[in-house]
Design a protein around this ligand. Structure first.
Ligand SMILES: Nc1ncnc2c1ncn2[C@@H]1O[C@H](COP(=O)(O)OP(=O)(O)OP(=O)(O)O)[C@@H](O)[C@H]1O
Ligand SMILES: [Mg+2]
Length: 392
């Protein structure tokens, strides 16, 4: 009587978005487990009903098989059944009296892809991307970026060249995303690269940031792009949410090495296609974006952990070295100035004379490699001199 179509995990989201665009509705069988609910379906609407979730249930409760066989009789002509191909063997046997044909959705996939290309994908126009800047704006961008990030002169030079090449080849449709993979010790400015780009692009919104250190590794992909279809409480995932909230073409992926293989493969796709697709088949165009990946892994572990395919897709892979003492001193000057001017503006201008010079001379930068520790030392020293003044 009817045919069951199998899809693979790789095909599913493209298939769903194309079919949805041409008017189909997707439902999980779990939503339809009684004749009343089936009758509630709109007979003029075309549906794809996914029966993947039934496999485990029927396998462990074969007494239910009779009920299910009868249930299938109630479905009308407007329903097409689909199922994840991983269940193929089980399904073909369990439902041998329900379906008289089994096929793969592949036969339709050429068609599917075309329709998918036509479907316009969302991106809000107000997103400011590095590819949108004119020459003057680009110059100002680099000035701001260089001023915000201390040291790492070689990286800054290479970044400039990468951006210039990206702006050209992005226009030619050959380079969708500029990806930077930054490794190195803690507190030397890897994440700061993304913060500096974010500010230099003039963002007024939150930085679109994902930190894999916060995810438990086994469901990292679900947290990132939402749960697969048919799961209860499935949402669109954190990635799309963060990107939607942002007003600039930049994504920060922190502690990338803590993610799992499925996530690595997902990003392989993103870098290749310039699109973010979540489990609900919502698409977001990230063509022209910069993605900064940071990681604390060593060069050796980088090779063990990240596949050659993914490694070769990063436009920049580099180790961030410790800052020189000269750069650290610049950082101290900047931070002390910043703290003093904030304090005078917000609290009081009653501060010790020559406080800036006193603090700077007090701090031995050679003792600090992590700028977070150095920053803490600056704060402590500032508070110390404020207090000592009050006492005297
Ligand atoms: N090169 C730098 N230029 C300017 N500020 C820096 C630099 N390096 C570090 N900082 C300051 O130190 C803080 C920590 O730096 P950042 O967050 O970039 O560390 P990280 O390299 O990402 O380290 P982790 O691996 O621990 O995440 C930042 O908030 C920033 O204020
Ligand atoms: Mg960091």
């Amino acid at each position: 009587m009817s045919t069951l179509f199998f899809y693979t995990k790789q095909q599913f989201f493209n298939f769903k978005s194309a079919q949805t665009a041409s008017g189909f509705e997707f439902l999980s069988m779990s939503k339809l487990l009684s004749p009343q609910r089936i009758e509630g379906l709109d007979e003029y609407q075309q549906y794809y009903v996914d029966i993947s979730s039934m496999v485990g249930f029927v396998k462990t409760n074969d007494s239910q098989l009779l009920n299910f066989e009868q249930l299938f009789v109630s479905f009308g002509e407007n329903i097409t059944f689909i199922c994840d191909k991983v269940y193929e063997t089980d399904i073909k046997y369990l439902f041998r009296y329900v379906f008289d044909n089994f096929s793969d959705i592949e036969a339709e996939s050429d068609d599917t892809i075309d329709k998918n290309e036509e479907k316009s994908i969302s991106q809000s126009k107000s997103v400011k991307k590095i590819t949108d800047l004119d020459d003057l704006e680009l110059e100002i961008f680099f000035e701001n970026f260089d001023a915000k990030l201390y040291g790492h002169e070689r990286f800054k030079e290479e970044f400039k060249e990468l951006v210039n090449s990206f702006r050209v080849f992005n226009k030619l449709g050959e380079h969708k995303i500029l990806s930077l993979f930054l490794m190195g010790d803690s507190g030397v400015g890897k994440t700061e690269v993304a913060r500096s780009i974010h500010k230099a692009l003039g963002s007024k919104a939150k930085l679109a940031k994902i930190n894999f250190g916060n995810y438990s590794s086994h469901d990292a992909l679900n947290s990132l792009i939402g749960s697969p279809l048919g799961y209860i409480g499935s949402d669109g995932g954190e990635l799309l949410k963060r990107v939607n909230e942002s007003d600039v073409g930049l994504i920060l992926i922190d502690e990338f090495e803590k993610a799992e293989n499925a996530v690595f493969n997902y990003f392989l796709d993103v870098l290749e296609n310039g699109k973010i697709v979540n489990s609900q088949a919502d698409e977001y165009d990230v063509n022209g974006y910069i993605i900064v990946f940071t990681s604390n892994i060593t060069k050796e572990n980088f090779k063990n952990k990240i596949s050659p395919e993914l490694r070769s897709r990063f436009d920049y892979k580099g180790i961030f070295n410790l800052l020189t003492d000269e750069d650290k001193i610049k950082f101290v000057h900047f931070r002390v100035n910043q703290i003093i001017s904030k304090y005078t503006e917000l609290v009081s201008d009653d501060i010790p004379e020559k406080l800036h010079d006193i603090i700077v001379s007090e701090i031995d930068v050679t003792q600090y490699n992590n700028m977070r520790d150095l920053n803490k030392k600056i704060k402590d020293t500032f508070v110390f001199y404020l207090k000592s003044r009050r006492k005297s």
